[in-house]
Design a protein around this ligand. Sequence first.
Ligand code: ADP
Ligand code: TYD
Length: 207
Amino acid sequence: MAGLFISFEGIDGSGKSTQARLLADTLRRAGHGVTLTREPGGSAGAEEIRRLVLEGATDRWSPETEILLFTAARRDHLEKTIRPALLRGDVVITDRFADSTRIFQGITRGDLTATVDTLHDLMIGVEPDLTLLVDLDPAEGLARATARAGSEMRFEDMGLAFQTRARAGFLALATRFDRFRVIDGARMPDVVAADVLAAALAALQAR
Ligand code: ADP
Ligand code: TYD
């Protein structure tokens, strides 16, 4: 496909949404076609699934049911938003993608890695060209996420131990795949953004 596919990953409150927005603005100003999107969501059907998975009690869904719901949302997002944008030649910037399922459903509450990987291969089958892991201490992330609290708190409500396992899982994934760049998210937003931009420009050049 002609475009470039970039994902942001990291624990809740690490600054992904802020950085995704800043990168999209900068690339647009430089003349690139940019599609800024997010998961769960990013298409009409997937946004409906978003409400099901992010609101309500922590025990509303089992990890297995979550894998199915997140994968269904991702498939719709891929069909309706990501693929068409890449075919147009856009830079697609998504706030979370399949690595979030690998971590949050795959390892944080028991080992469901094989299930996640099998379903990914069957239904999704693509990876980003570049994944920016915004790394942050989980206590700081939870404090930031709680300060902005709304109705979508189901995963934040799973607590600090859950986010700590997620952080370690993301860092381990980053050592497994070449497409990852780990960005220190504990700095001022504009300082973080400079590292993000450098990684994105390098990927654009390598395209
Ligand atoms: P995420 O999408 O990873 O959950 P957000 O970008 O929504 O994170 O940021 C979570 C909160 O922290 C927001 O209120 C945001 O304004 C704030 N924030 C984002 N980046 C930083 C930063 N580098 N330093 C301090 N606060 C930040
Ligand atoms: P998001 O809106 O990115 O929340 P935040 O801005 O707080 O990081 O994602 C909402 C939650 O959904 C987040 O806690 C992680 C969870 N999630 C999964 O558990 N699996 C997934 O596959 C995805 C995409 C998200």
